[in-house]
Design a binder for this molecule. Structure first.
Ligand code: ZN
Length: 172
């Protein structure tokens, strides 16, 4: 084979099972099925994050899994196909922290370089607590509110920037 195939590349047609070939489609060389014509498009992976404030500070979770295991981040997770992004952010927050929240605003959209097991696009939503009991669940080892002057080590640079802006405007 003349072309290097990435280890995660799709090799067979998911419709008919035939081996895929590289052909030009929509301006790029892409895996195409020579039998049924199906084209594999590598779509961006989208994550949603909840930015939640209380009088005790900002809600963060400690990541129990790679990437950036042991560091802290906003409650977040991947968007399922067909899922409303706002509801997904609320769902992820409750799954990870036990707190029920309601999204009130879209804060930022950030594109990221491809990271193994990470997202390409992250939607950050401001959300308000409506109920529930704070407890670490799902993919996190701890969940807690932190005052702005005592933040733990953050997993990603982008949340730090969003945090700085929001802390200025949060009237804590
Ligand atoms: Zn096919």
């Amino acid at each position: 084979m003349s072309e290097v195939v990435p280890p995660d590349a799709v090799r067979f047609c998911i419709r008919c099972g035939a081996p895929l070939e590289k052909r030009r489609r929509a301006g790029k060389m892409r895996p195409v099925c020579p039998v049924c014509g199906w084209t594999y498009f590598s779509d961006p992976k989208v994550a949603v994050a909840a930015v939640v404030f209380s009088e005790n500070g900002v809600l963060l979770v400690r990541r129990a899994n790679p990437p950036r295991q042991g560091l802290w981040a906003f409650p977040a997770g991947f968007l399922d196909a067909g899922e409303d992004p706002r509801r997904a952010a609320e769902r992820e927050c409750e799954e990870e922290t036990g707190l029920r929240v309601r999204v009130s605003a879209l804060l930022d959209v950030q594109g990221k370089p491809v990271e193994k097991m990470g997202a390409h696009i992250v939607l950050y939503f401001r959300a308000e607590v409506t109920g529930g009991i704070l407890q670490a669940r799902d993919d996190v080892s701890e969940a807690a509110f932190f005052p702005p002057e005592a933040l733990p080590p953050l997993a990603f640079e982008a949340p730090g920037k969003i945090l700085a802006w929001n802390l200025e405007n949060a009237n804590l």
